[in-house]
Design a protein around this ligand. Structure first.
Ligand code: ATP
Ligand code: MG
Ligand code: MG
Ligand code: MG
Length: 563
């Protein structure tokens, strides 16, 4: 007999008030509705209803990964240090990595992502081009010691990720594996009912070239992206690059390009600043040839030094701290792009006479442009608090004013290329009998984060409001009458369950109908069926959780409608 979930037996405690430490909607509601419970900063328990939703997301992900021919595996989360040392990420990840020692003093980490280990597994398993292409995935717990693990399960220090990896012998093969993943992700997020955008991204700590993010627009998001209303341009603001914008009739000298000496590493940067390599800084400035050239991090934006270091290579000679910026409003505040300081945002102070504000900035890897003049070489912003990219900025592709929004990163796909294959000498025997270096892709989805992202996008004033595919049940039956009527409610529930409908029934004794209704709204199952006073006459009420529409129906008709 199909199982009905009885609230009287369910381990659930709903809360009327928001948890004191909760800032985001999903955090508040998932806690209040009894889906998750916090154990420590960024460490969460999934309670019965939460586990159902999490499993539903995993199921959709799994089905779509299987559909593109990816094979599910499960690799360890507890990993030896050596492969991460070989790839450089033992150091690069800095404080983000959970490191530990075993009883013999051997060093380990808890996996934040698994490129190294998958590369080694495939090196072990594949020997010939005939063994490739192969796509492998897992749905697994990941560990990252996030600096600010707020926002509930949106940013956990332990969280669920679907990570997959593709292995091909040719660039075309990699492009195809990437395309397959991109499509699978589109199917997954559509089925989950998430509103999302695909945007260009910088590849960050993964390394590699082509990279796109799947972003779910939401106020709670920690990413900012722009998209163009006129063309298909969309990018994380981290990845936007603006060309210098020459204005005719310049009265100033030519822009001079300088070779920039020296290539600081993340370690030299960190050492100079006397901070750990993984530090997050505000208002970091950079000097070239004794002149401050930028890397302002405007406002309260923060830069992950780990990410920064990787991009700084061509630019930095000397670093100064935020204080140096004081009293020098004529300087650039900018942003470090994948090719050095290319997406510098020029800022001139209106207190300085037009044309006297000048800046230096780089627009090409390995060079800096000196004598770039505000108003001549770029559009001047006449205030100081400009962020890197703003709404209305011209689209780099077509010039139309860009839109700007906040979003949650729910997925990220990368063409890694041969970075890890080179590290671990992952070759297979090619068609010509010679070894061929393998090329890889890596692809992540935040499975637990997707639950919170969905809550952010779908919740309303009453509470959570799940799309059916993800909801912990299809129907929430509220027994709103006397004890005898609870029997009727259970009976209707069983009929539904037998017909394959997933049912929660609120059969709690001594709980008022008002409380039950409030809880039903909070829990957010798509259909609420009220078995109340008229149920003895064979009539129930159906309520659509999202629209609030209600309808009274004979039981048989209600059951037929829902099955
Ligand atoms: P973020 O920019 O939010 O820190 P990320 O770029 O570091 O994420 P990736 O390394 O691209 O994350 O990991 C793949 C996916 O894992 C992300 O797109 C995101 O959905 C999810 N994810 C990453 N970090 C967390 C976290 N701390 N908690 C929950 N999900 C996460
Ligand atoms: Mg991160
Ligand atoms: Mg990111
Ligand atoms: Mg990412």
């Amino acid at each position: 007999m199909a199982q009905v979930q009885r609230m009287s037996k369910l381990m659930i405690k709903t809360l009327r008030d928001d948890p004191a430490d909760a800032e985001t909607l999903s955090h508040k509601l998932l806690v209040r509705a009894g889906y998750v419970r916090r154990n420590a900063a960024g460490i969460w328990s999934w309670l019965p209803l939460g586990k159902k939703v999490l499993d539903n997301v995993s199921r959709v992900v799994r089905e779509e990964m299987d559909a593109i021919g990816a094979q599910e595996v499960l690799l360890p989360a507890l990993l030896p240090k050596e492969p991460y040392e070989a790839s450089g990420r033992w150091e690069e990840y800095g404080d983000l990595l959970f490191r530990l020692k075993d009883r013999k003093g051997g060093e380990y980490l808890l996996g934040p992502t698994h490129e190294e280990i998958f590369t080694l597994v495939v090196k072990d398993q594949a020997s010939s081009y005939k063994d490739l292409p192969v796509m492998l995935y897992q749905i697994q717990t990941k560990y990252r010691d996030e600096a600010r693990p707020r926002s509930g399960v949106l940013r956990g220090r332990e969280f669920q990720m679907k990570d997959s990896y593709s292995f091909d012998t040719t660039d075309e093969g990699l492009a195809e594996s990437y395309r397959l993943h991109r499509e699978a992700y589109q199917n997954i997020f559509r089925r989950l009912g998430l509103d999302y955008r695909i945007v260009s991204a910088v590849s960050g700590a993964m390394g590699g070239s082509a990279s796109e993010e799947f972003l779910a627009p939401a106020a709670a998001g920690e990413d900012t992206f722009v998209d163009c209303p006129a063309c298909d341009y969309a990018a994380n603001t981290e990845a936007v690059t603006f060309p210098l914008n020459p204005v005719d009739g310049a009265a100033h000298g030519p822009v001079e390009e300088l070779d920039t000496p020296d290539t600081p590493t993340i370690e030299t940067l960190a050492e100079f600043l006397d901070v750990p390599a993984s530090a997050t800084l505000k208002n970091l400035l950079v000097k070239v040839d004794g002149e401050i050239v930028a890397v302002g991090v405007p406002g309260d934006r923060e830069v992950d030094l780990g990410k920064l270091g990787e991009h700084l290579a061509p630019a930095v000679v000397e670093l100064v701290t935020a204080e140096d910026f004081e009293g020098r409003p004529d300087l650039v505040r900018g942003y470090v792009g994948p090719q050095g300081l290319e997406k510098v945002r020029y800022i001139a102070d209106p207190r300085i006479a037009p044309g006297t504000a000048w800046i230096t900035g780089a627009n090409k890897p390995g060079t800096h442009a000196r004598n770039v003049v505000a108003g001549r070489d770029f559009t001047v912003d006449d205030h100081l608090d400009v962020v890197v990219v703003e709404a209305g900025d011209p689209c780099p592709k077509c010039g139309t004013g860009l839109r700007l929004d906040r979003a949650i990163e729910i997925g990220h796909i990368f063409q890694l290329g041969r970075k890890y294959a080179d590290t671990f000498q992952l070759d297979v025997l090619g068609q010509q009998g010679k070894p061929v270096r393998v090329t890889m892709g890596s692809y992540g989805i935040g499975v637990s984060r997707a639950v919170a992202a969905l809550a952010e996008q779908t919740a309303d004033d009453q509470g959570l409001c799940w799309p059916r595919e993800i909801a912990p049940a299809d129907v929430h039956v509220v027994a709103a009458g006397k004890a005898a009527q609870t029997e009727l409610a259970l009976d209707v529930s069983q009929q539904l369950a037998d017909a394959g409908v997933r049912v929660i029934v609120d059969d709690r004794a001594g709980v008022s109908p008002g409380v039950k209704f409030t809880d039903a709204e909070l829990i957010g199952v798509p259909t609420i069926l009220v078995a109340g006073r008229r149920t003895a006459e064979g009539v129930v009420e159906l309520k659509d959780r999202r629209t609030g529409e209600r309808e009274e129906l004979p039981v048989a008709e209600a059951v037929a409608r829902l099955t």
